[in-house]
Design a protein around this ligand. Structure first.
Ligand SMILES: [Ca+2]
Ligand SMILES: [Ca+2]
Length: 252
């Protein structure tokens, strides 16, 4: 079974960048999904021993007291390795999202080169081997018959945190001066290369930043989602707004 959380499935039709009405509709749908809190999930794992996993709801108390390690363009961020109680923890991609979501955050999304440079610097300065980001391949239910997502390895990536498309993987993104995807990896090919599929038929559906694992510096790689890594969380406006609107007077 290759399905993802309902919140992602519902909103995948919303993977369009700046259609205002569409985005409003997506926000409403995503919020409903949060409120209903029953998105069934079966994660892609070679051996599935954790069926029926869910997307976590935000915890108002944790949102109000979330770690605010650094601040950029209106969002707070933290690296799990710097947070007491989380340092030393490595988690798979969905657990990573859920740790962040309880704090009204989500895994980090690098929509601009400036934000990406900041995250690369954090990784370099803290000597972090790798992290999860919210990047996800649209390869689950709801992604079929979408000509705009083909071929998937070029046009099929999006940021789960806000459902914005990741720019095409095979060129320098518009507004950037370099391609953040590594030009090498396990198969000595440019990323994303879906290399693990050849080994055990597990798709590399999640976006990780690796620190020089292939002697390639700090760069983006597609990686199978079951691998366990530290995380960087970034404020989720959607979850913060939801908690603010349902908890009168809360200071976030
Ligand atoms: Ca971001
Ligand atoms: Ca790869």
């Amino acid at each position: 079974m290759k399905t993802l959380a309902l919140a992602d499935e519902i909103s995948i039709s919303c993977v369009v960048k700046s259609e205002h009405k569409m985005r409003i509709a997506c926000l409403v749908l995503a919020t409903c999904a949060c409120v209903l809190a029953d998105p069934a999930i079966n994660e892609i794992r070679p051996v599935s021993n954790r069926p029926g996993r869910f997307l976590a709801l935000p915890n108002p108390q944790k949102c109000a007291n979330r770690p605010k390690q650094f601040f950029f363009r209106g969002h707070n961020y933290f690296y799990s390795g710097s947070v007491p109680g989380l340092s030393g923890r490595k988690v798979d991609w969905l657990d990573g999202r859920n740790i962040c979501r309880e704090y009204c955050m989500d895994l980090v999304s690098m929509e601009t080169q400036e934000e990406n440079n900041m995250i690369f610097r954090l990784i370099q300065q803290n000597d972090v081997p790798y992290i999860w980001t919210s990047g996800r391949l649209c390869d689950f239910k709801g992604c079929e018959n979408r000509a705009d997502l083909e071929p998937k390895n070029v046009f099929g990536w999006f940021w789960s945190a806000n459902r914005e498309k990741v720019q095409p993987t095979n060129r320098v993104p518009t507004g950037w001066s370099y391609n953040p995807w590594s030009q090498t990896g396990h198969k000595k090919q440019a990323q994303p290369d879906n290399a693990e599929f050849d080994i055990n038929q597990t798709t590399e559906s999640c976006l990780s930043i690796l620190n020089n694992v292939y002697n390639d510096g700090i760069a983006w790689h597609d990686v199978a989602c079951y691998h366990e890594k530290p995380i960087v969380c970034e404020d989720s406006e959607e979850l913060l707004n939801y908690v603010a609107s349902t908890n009168r007077g809360i200071r976030l």
